[in-house]
Design a protein. Sequence first.
Lengths: 738, 160
Amino acid sequence: MAKSSLDLLLKGSSGQNTRGLLRIVILLTIAAAAVASRLFSVIRFESIIHEFDPWFNFRATKYLVENGFYSFWDWFDDRTWHPLGRVTGGTLYPGLMVTSGVIYHILRFLTIPVDIRNVCVLLAPGFSGLTALAMYLLTCEMSTSPSAGLLAAAFMGITPGYISRSVAGSYDNEAIAIFLLVFTFYLWIKAVKNGSIMWGALAALFYGYMVSAWGGYVFITNLIPLHVFVLLCMGRYSSRTYIAYTTWYALGTLGSMQIPFVGFLPIRNSDHMAALGVFGLLQLVAFAEFVRGFLPGKQFQKLLTSMVLLTFGLGFAGLVLLTVSGVIAPWSGRFYSLWDTGYAKIHIPIIASVSEHQPTAWPAFFFDLNFLIWLFPAGVFLCFQKLKDEHVFVIIYAVLSSYFAGVMVRLMLTLTPVVCVAAALALSAVLDHFLVLSKPSPESQAKANAVDAKSYQGMKSPIVGIYSHFSKAFVSGSMTLYLLIFVAHCTWVTSNAYSSPSVVLASRAPDGSQMIIDDYREAYYWLRQNTPDNAKIMSWWDYGYQIGGMADRPTLVDNNTWNNTHIATVGKAMSSREEVSYPILRQHDVDYVLVVFGGLLGYSGDDLNKFLWMVRIAEGIWPDEVKERDFFTARGEYRVDEEATPTMKNSLMYKMSYYNYQSLFPSGQAVDRVRGVRLPAESPQLNTLEEAFTSENWIIRIFKVKDLDNLGREHSNAVAFDKGLKRKRASKERALAF
Amino acid sequence: MPAKRHAASTASAPAPSTPVTLSSGPATLKSNSSVVDIATHVWQQYISNTPQRTLLLDAFMAFLVLVGGLQFLYCVLAGNYPFNAFLSGFSAAVGQFVLTASLRMQTSESSSAASKPSSKGKNARFADEETEGGISPERAFADYIFGSLILHFFCINFIN
């Protein structure tokens, strides 16, 4: 009975409805799972913004919500980059802030009183649900099999490669950008397939949205022209391609120019020239095709190719010429570092110093993608078998993004979608072949043959199928096992590796209970409560956004590293002797200096470990005054203990980090737990700064910059005099007592 | 019909030469007289074969090319001072041209697809799919208006 009713449900027209309903339910469940798996951090800790960049986005969003759109657009921020300020409205990608602002206002309009912080925290998980849906749509364009789309959506929902950037609280541009990326690709594929202006225009609109949200839009800007170019070279020009591409380019470029930060880049910057070139090329090809309508000739194909090559060559030569003569801005530094991994290290230390710009380690691929990474080539192979326009797209995307993901850790994010598509294609092909339980009847065989002949042109064998129960059970069983392991792996990775806010640290006490280390917020709150509203805080640029967001105090440098010289100035102040640093601090109105020190707790991401980057960046600007070599011992070691070089011991950073640290330990037994060394017995002496605050676990130390001495003495003299005076007084008292 | 006759008469020589304006390599190989012949021939064919409505679209496209060219000339000669304005004006012309060309392709395809199937050549396989998901002229025109609206919205927003 049950079986027959199932048959009734799953076959015929009512079966179609049931399947549609099931599909919707499954998709919604996938979206829910995608959202739910990103909530670890909220449950473990609290609803808090994570890491560094999100704090700026959060601050900007608050500004937007409080002051309205227009003043946000014209926002000049005098509380960052202290003497310079920053034209924030014109130098950010506003998409993220505007999105959450709109959501906030809609919820308010619906009389749901929600805090803007919660909107920001939960934005990334919400959009990841949408990404799963977009992924379903994209993959359905690639494959006729209904399971491929669902699998891809599920993969996209929980794969750690994407979760790493979209857990609750990581309120970063990538949070919405990946959704836009996938959805733009979907619309693009739709446009190419249908050759309709509408889909092209929609793709352009979402491309514009993407431009407003993330600098990674350049990836789309180059991928789509490349797709078209490859199609042209394959002799697959059609009016559909023309319509889709030209509509997308004309509207999309105009749309992208609406963002002040992008501005004229699309016509000035070499990164965008490929798109323009293909646009021009397509006009020529279309014209040639149009003429060919009147003149059918056998040489036409040859002519077309030669013309393509010629124009490409001319365009390339013109591009080089314009770049050399300076009309078009040369490729940006980050772009060079994509091709030459050593480039950044030599020329732009500030880019190389960011850990997410480092090349990817091999295990990271497996860590982030698990078994998808070995299904990925299989999926690409399947694309080669079908090789329609959209499959060409997947192949190009796969090749490009695998390369880029290998170059930069961060770009793993752009690889993830295509891996999900390809893996889903491969897995659904496997399941389709192995899961159909009954032997097909002759008629259905004939039907299947017809279908096969259409989809696999290479395969001419009439009957394809596996009918042995054992092999079916074995293969589908092992696949199910892999899927289950994948889910377990994803959950484990998400919960252990990607759900830490990094503002609040957690550790385990020896008895297994959890300890929350909340030094950052403690220190920032201290700043907020105990310093004047416009006290300038100097710290290394990593903490600029957090100080701006949590302490609400002006900073010298922050994570928007637009001015290398200014950062190098801070680096110089940190790495020089006090006598050199003090004038720099005075010139920049610095009131407090903040350093992060992990020696007591064993927190390895502290400033002493980043110190060499400060030195390198400072050396880039003042090669005569700061020398990296001086910070290494004669044997080339980076040491902080007794044998550290004098330059190291006299640097401001070293002194601030270890100031008074020895007093925590019995004399001579001070130990730095991060670097695992014993420290010199006496504490370094600070003349121009005084300790203002040290957090509970000594992670954050804040020093106040002393004012000029009242009597016009050098600070070192004054300190020595103070000490001397005390000694004298004490001896006098002693003398009196005698 | 005339297309075929022509192909038979001039055999191999002609095809490459027509995009003379591109000054592509092959053009120099042919004798000059034939190039002119072919150009005039193509032009006559075009005049006689194109339906009225498509001609109207083509006139509009020619006008847009003219407008765009004038703006570009102005930019080169008189400087690009209000660069925003120049860009939005120029890209409005280009964008509208492209959209019109798309509309022309979509509308003329359905009528001409039947008349010259042979010219498709290698693309015939894809042409089949095209007609399956073909776009009716009404839908094409609606799409065109949609695209133009977005285009001009962006342009006006950008013009300062």
